[in-house]
Ligand binder design. Structure first.
Ligand SMILES: [Zn+2]
Length: 169
């Protein structure tokens, strides 16, 4: 179970709505299973080169290469590395941990795509070197614009396991 203040859940939905039709992304900090703070991070996928895009899996890659940068950002995200580093520094200075990554799906359900799982597994491959705890992955879905849905997952060995969210008022 993951405890998240209602104000942070609302903030993530606001962020998703502001960036739509692009996907938004960000980081949540806290301790153990309790989220404390939300950091919005820039989605830089719209400006990535073809070489950078080669990290995406085959089927999706050919789709991505055919799209304009604007269209790419509608279907996927890549966090700005410099902002991520500054965020990690801020989180450490407060004695907290980077507990979760979040991003939005503007037109699909709140569950990890194959690309999301590939990105999470890539992060797993160097996470221990960064001395970070295993992260939760949250997805904000705007598929039903009147009823946004947020779901949380652990991603292990290319499988997504849902974790319940307990809103804290
Ligand atoms: Zn996604």
């Amino acid at each position: 179970m993951l405890v998240i203040p209602q104000a942070i859940l609302d903030n993530m939905v606001d962020h998703a709505r502001e960036l739509a039709p692009h996907e938004c992304c960000g980081i949540l900090s806290g301790k153990d299973q309790v989220i404390d703070e939300c950091y919005r991070i820039t989605n830089i996928l719209a400006t990535m080169s073809e070489a950078d895009l080669s990290r995406f899996e085959g089927a999706k890659l050919s789709d991505l290469q055919r799209l304009s940068p604007e269209e790419r950002a509608d279907i996927a995200f890549q966090m700005d590395a410099k902002e991520m580093a500054l965020t990690q520094r801020d989180i450490r200075s407060k004695g907290l941990d980077l507990l979760a990554f979040y991003h939005s799906h503007t037109a699909s359900p709140a569950r990890p795509s194959q690309t999301d799982i590939a990105i999470a597994m890539e992060f797993e491959s160097y996470r221990s070197k960064l001395n970070l705890p295993e992260p939760f992955h949250l997805i904000v879905s705007l598929q039903n614009s009147h009823l946004p849905v947020i779901r949380a997952f652990r991603i292990q060995q290319s499988h997504a396991i849902e974790i319940s969210i307990n809103p804290l008022n």
